[in-house]
Design a protein around this ligand. Structure first.
Ligand code: 13P
Ligand code: SF4
Length: 333
């Protein structure tokens, strides 16, 4: 992880907020820089629409990790959040990995400090640790197998039924997995601020107003909401389902950035972002939204900020990620 000193130095140099000439066509300029520098832009579905459109590849956490492991580009510009850029660096340590704003963290990853997780693990020496990819590299280094929401059920089921398991850091995904697999994993008490802000009352009212609509939800949502969902899945699975289903109106309970691809894939259908408890834009992830087209341009032009990790940490955190990728490849995921 970039140290605070390093970040301060970059801020002092003005690279993070360097003004961009407003007359520039940023789409053209970014395309030019990508070619010139043999760079690839990987973007998560929660990024704003323009960033998804300029990216070479848009995907869920698993697909992005798979791409980062295989790319032959010299530079990976990661339009996502910190733990995603860390994962890319761990999988491709020889490449320059850039993140447009190093302050783009993740409330879920932050709800699991590595020292506390290490103590939690030490109290349960006969447990295997499965960690959701939304955690820091330090937590990954304490993990036996990483998972994403695309492969979590299969990863849990890949272990013998009597194997004791610790699952972290997301309590909602953990509870969903326990229900789906019939296991009794011990769950770390972390959560994502975006997926816990939805108002079930408003969602149910919205469904009644939109006759024939379906609620579709990410498993990071709370159990009470998931019970009302016609379909539960990762961002990629929600996207696929909404495109292929006969239903034409969806109330989407996940970060609102995904609606951009949903609408692109099925322009004739209606997608309604699930309403949050109050009137804020709380279902926009504030971390994901730190990235802008201007920051992407500066980042590629000046090649900062760069994600750097300690070599030993890379080695330790790589093991559980590679296990996940191997299991996923065998299952054709
Ligand atoms: P997926 O794209 O893997 O479903 O993950 C969602 C998420 O929370 C990313 O922050
Ligand atoms: Fe983290 Fe939630 Fe934002 Fe995803 S949506 S990056 S889990 S805070």
């Amino acid at each position: 992880m970039i140290s605070q000193d390093n970040l301060k130095e970059l801020e002092e140099k003005g690279y993070l907020e360097k003004e961009v000439d407003p007359t520039l066509d940023l789409f053209d300029e970014i395309e030019k820089l990508k070619k010139e520098k043999n760079a690839v832009i990987l973007a998560h579905y929660y990024q704003e629409g323009d960033i998804q459109d300029i990216a070479d590849f848009v995907g869920d956490s698993l697909a992005l990790a798979q791409k980062a492991a295989k790319t032959d580009a010299d530079i990976i510009l990661f339009a996502g959040v910190n733990f995603m850029a860390e994962t890319a660096k761990i999988l491709s340590p020889e490449k320059k990995v850039l993140l447009p704003d190093l302050n783009a963290g993740c409330s879920l990853a932050e709800s699991c400090p590595a020292d506390e997780f290490a103590a939690f693990k030490a109290e349960r020496p006969d447990h295997i640790v499965i960690s959701y990819v939304n955690c820091s590299a330090d937590v990954k280094a304490l993990t036996d197998i990483v998972c994403t929401s695309t492969n979590a059920v299969q990863i849990v089921e890949s272990l013998p039924e009597d194997q004791k398991i610790i699952f972290g850091p997301d309590r909602n995904l953990g509870a969903y997995l326990n229900k789906e697999t019939g296991r009794e994993m011990v769950i770390w008490d972390g959560s994502c601020m975006v997926h816990e802000i939805f108002s079930l009352e408003k969602i149910v009212a919205l469904k009644a107003e939109n006759h024939g609509s379906e609620i579709i939800a990410h498993p990071e949502c709370e159990a009470e909401l998931l019970e009302y969902a016609s379909f539960i899945g990762s961002t990629a699975a929600l996207l696929r389902y909404s495109k292929e289903s006969d239903c034409d109106t969806f109330i989407v309970a996940t970060e609102s950035g995904i609606l951009h691809q949903m609408q692109k894939d099925a322009p004739e259908k209606t997608f309604i972002p699930a309403p949050p408890l109050n009137t804020c834009a709380c279902n926009d992830c504030p971390h994901m939204r730190l990235n802008t087209l201007e920051k992407l341009y500066n980042c590629l032009k000046y090649e900062v900020p760069e994600m750097n990790l300690d070599e030993r940490l890379i080695e330790e955190a790589k093991r559980p990620i590679i296990k996940m990728l191997d299991i996923s490849a065998k299952l054709g995921l």
